[in-house]
Write a protein that binds this ligand. Sequence first.
Ligand SMILES: NC(=O)c1ccc[n+]([C@@H]2O[C@H](COP(=O)([O-])OP(=O)(O)OC[C@H]3O[C@@H](n4cnc5c(N)ncnc54)[C@H](OP(=O)(O)O)[C@@H]3O)[C@@H](O)[C@H]2O)c1
Length: 336
Amino acid sequence: MSWALLLALCALLLLAVQLLRFLRGDGDLTLLWAEWRGRRPEWELTDMVVWVTGASSGIGEELAYQLSKLGVSLVLSARRENELERVKRRCLEISNLKGKDILVLPLDLTDTSSHEVATKAVLQEFGRIDILVNNSGIAQRSLCADTSLDVYKKLIDLNYLGTVSLTKCVLPHMIERKQGKILTVNSLLGIMCLPLSIGYCASKYALRVFFNSLRTELATYPGITVSNICPGPVQTNIVKNSLTEEVTKYVGNDGDQSHKMATSRCVRLMLISMANDLQEVWISHQPFLLVTYLWQYMPTLAFWISGKLGKKRMKNFKSGVDADSSYFKFFKKKHD
Ligand SMILES: NC(=O)c1ccc[n+]([C@@H]2O[C@H](COP(=O)([O-])OP(=O)(O)OC[C@H]3O[C@@H](n4cnc5c(N)ncnc54)[C@H](OP(=O)(O)O)[C@@H]3O)[C@@H](O)[C@H]2O)c1
């Protein structure tokens, strides 16, 4: 066998291995590389002061648990104080943190007039904010023709403007110190487009563009990093808490969540992103990961595929099952 043929075979084998790894992967390639070869959260994040919004449930709650084990000082924010107190108690049980290391700070992200006072309270308590995790958010499940404008306003007020407002309060402090990390929990729906969640998609697109642009504005402050975390479906209360046609009407049940990523895995990958200052990460099982690559690099093909997926999504929704469940039948075995 000639050397050229041998080399070509090796290259093909390498390509096949990478393809297989990608198909079995649950994050974009940079993130998976950082998980394998990059800095460990256990080395990088200890002793930091981390402010997490949406810490009363789901991703934010799990983030509080995993961060507490790393020995950070925590600020837990959301609207429901009793739930935040529950999360604090659990953090104290599973970590070496003391009560004084965790501040419960109730906050309504849509009440932007309260953000300055809240920021001052954190600085008074801990003297600095090393990491802001903008995680609070709400989703949507309803068709545009049936949905009141108030629903779209609420999605923008909370997911976009509330997050922008809090970031604007924290930013001067980070600029003064010339350091800090701002992580925003976005979504793969801030990259792709699907029916039933178009107000949510729009709010997350706006958020993603805001933070990508902010990063360019902060180019003279290399110590301040801005990261977009874009998960696909994760096992939380997000569907249950989703808005529907009216601003006062929620989905109200979780449906089958077995096809979604475990919250603990999503948060572990978020911590790796945090430790490695990755600018944008995509966290998801297939087929969403593959479709996201198409949206990024082959949008025409992505529109065609999303049209097909979208029809299935609406059919699922109308028959009362989780809108995304059917894509996962093929991949289900792996997630169980
Ligand atoms: N789970 C997924 O599949 C998924 C996928 C992609 C992206 N995400 C994003 O992940 C983030 C966290 O969502 P999750 O999945 O963990 O859902 P979740 O379990 O419903 O948690 C949402 C959190 O947001 C808080 N929140 C809601 N309204 C608020 C307000 N007005 N002010 C302050 N906090 C508020 C809630 O706390 P209170 O009710 O106590 O205020 C709760 O802690 C969201 O930004 C979501 O868009 C989730």
